[in-house]
Each structure stands twice: as structure tokens, then as C-alpha cells.
Design a protein around this ligand. Structure first.
Ligand SMILES: *Cc1c(COP(=O)(O)O)cnc(C)c1O
Length: 224
């Protein structure tokens, strides 16, 4: 078996003792890898496909907090809303509305993050800063009592240029401050900055990440 436990502790040793949550990204890895991390005390896991998270949720202990980190189609929302702990990658008002609708039906409040598009790659999902401001200025989210907007999420460009990665994280951190001040000054729930993956989380931590999403460094390379 892949050394999941050793890797998990190696990663945890590099995180600050407080203030940063490790989301262990288990996509494409088998349930027994999740279980190995669970046995070491890890409780928060992230997945990016509805089918896969559904299967793992059914198999694995019910005190796991599942984060959905992938692009979510509106027609899939109803399947994950009953048990999901957080939907990290909300990138449209349409998706937010559907989460509100399904969460109301399930009689629960679902935590979400707004996903920003800051990276250079055209392929990355997410709201541009302008689109994010527009969504928040629209104000419809204020009437949604079954979604709780807890912060922002983003992915940096996939590049070796550390200065560029740092600049993107800093842009996200600055934007967080703007959004916090303009829309969430009185809302303590809006406090999360989800950035940093296996290759770039040390940089993300220097730019005020509160949530790192780490897969490969714990579970090894994914076989797609
Ligand atoms: C897969 C994925 C990760 C984890 O990436 P690693 O490089 O394996 O740590 C983090 N965030 C998102 C959105 C992902 O899709």
C-alpha cells in the first residue's frame, strides 16, 4: 500500500498548528487510501466528481466532512447537497441558486466558497474578479437562507514561475479583503481562503491561505 499515513504526517508537519485546514484530495484514489488517512485522524476530504464522491460517501465513515472541489453541473447539485459539508467551487449565480433550492428541500444549510479565476490558463473555471463583484452586488445571495458563503477559493497557474504563483495568491488575498469589507464585514462566517495544492501550498501559506487542498503529496500520483 502507498505510504499514505507517512505522507499525511509529513504534510501536516509543514502546516501551522492552527488556522489552516487540510483538505485531503482523494479523487481517483481508492476508499482504503481515504481510510488510511482517516485512521490517522484526518476528517476532511475533497472530491471533484459527483459519482465518485457518492460512492465514497456510501462506503466510508459518516463523520467524514466531504468538500466538493470540482466544477459542479447544476443537475448534479441535488445528489450531493444532502451530505456535502462544503461546495468549494461556486462559479455562477445559477449554481448558487440551485444549491439554495436543493438545500432548502433537504432542510439544511450548505457552506460554499466562491471560486475565482485568476490564473492565466483559459481552461480554469471560476469567476473573474469583475464577475464576482457583480454577483455580490446583485444581492440575491442575501436572501438565500440555505447557503452560507464562507469565503473564496482559487487555483494558481500551473507553472514553475514561483513569482507568478505568489502574485496570483496575493491578488486573491487582496480581493478577499475587498469582498470582506464590502459585503461581509459583519459576517464572521466569511473567513476562508482556499488556496494551495501539493506543488504550491508553501507559497499559498505565505499569502494567507486558511485551507489547503492537497492530493498528490498525500496519496501519490493519480491514475486517470
Ligand atoms: C486535484 C485538485 C487539487 C489537488 O491537487 P494536487 O496537486 O494533487 O495536490 C486541489 N484543488 C483542486 C481544485 C483540484 O482539482
Amino acid at each position: 500500500m502507498y505510504p499514505v499515513k507517512e505522507n499525511l504526517h509529513r504534510v501536516l508537519d509543514t502546516l501551522p498548528a492552527e488556522g489552516v485546514l487540510l483538505v485531503a484530495i482523494s479523487k481517483y484514489h481508492p476508499a482504503d487510501y481515504v481510510m488510511a488517512a482517516y485512521e490517522e485522524g484526518q476528517r476532511v476530504f475533497g472530491e471533484s466528481h459527483e459519482q465518485e464522491i457518492r460512492e465514497k460517501h456510501a462506503l466510508l465513515p459518516k463523520d467524514i466532512e466531504w468538500h466538493f472541489i470540482g466544477h459542479l453541473q447544476t443537475n448534479k447539485v441535488k445528489y450531493i447537497v444532502p451530505y456535502i459539508s462544503m461546495i468549494e467551487a461556486v462559479d455562477s449565480l445559477k449554481l448558487l441558486r440551485e444549491i439554495e433550492k436543493q438545500a432548502a428541500k433537504a432542510d439544511r444549510v450548505v457552506k460554499v466558497l466562491l471560486e475565482l479565476h485568476i490564473a492565466e490558463e483559459a481552461t480554469k473555471y471560476g469567476l473573474t474578479l469583475t464577475a464576482c463583484r457583480e454577483l455580490l452586488d446583485g444581492g440575491e445571495w442575501r436572501q438565500m437562507s440555505h447557503v452560507q458563503i464562507c469565503g473564496l477559493m482559487m487555483m494558481a497557474s500551473n507553472t514553475d514561475d514561483e513569482a507568478q504563483i505568489a502574485q496570483e495568491f496575493q491578488q486573491a488575498a487582496d480581493f478577499f479583503d475587498e469582498v470582506k469589507a464590502r459585503y461581509f464585514a459583519d459576517d464572521d462566517h466569511f473567513c476562508e481562503r482556499s488556496w494551495g495544492m501539493s506543488d504550491d501550498y508553501p507559497i499559498a501559506l505565505r499569502h494567507r491561505s486558511t485551507m489547503v487542498r492537497i492530493g498528490t503529496a498525500i496519496f501519490g500520483p493519480r491514475v486517470y
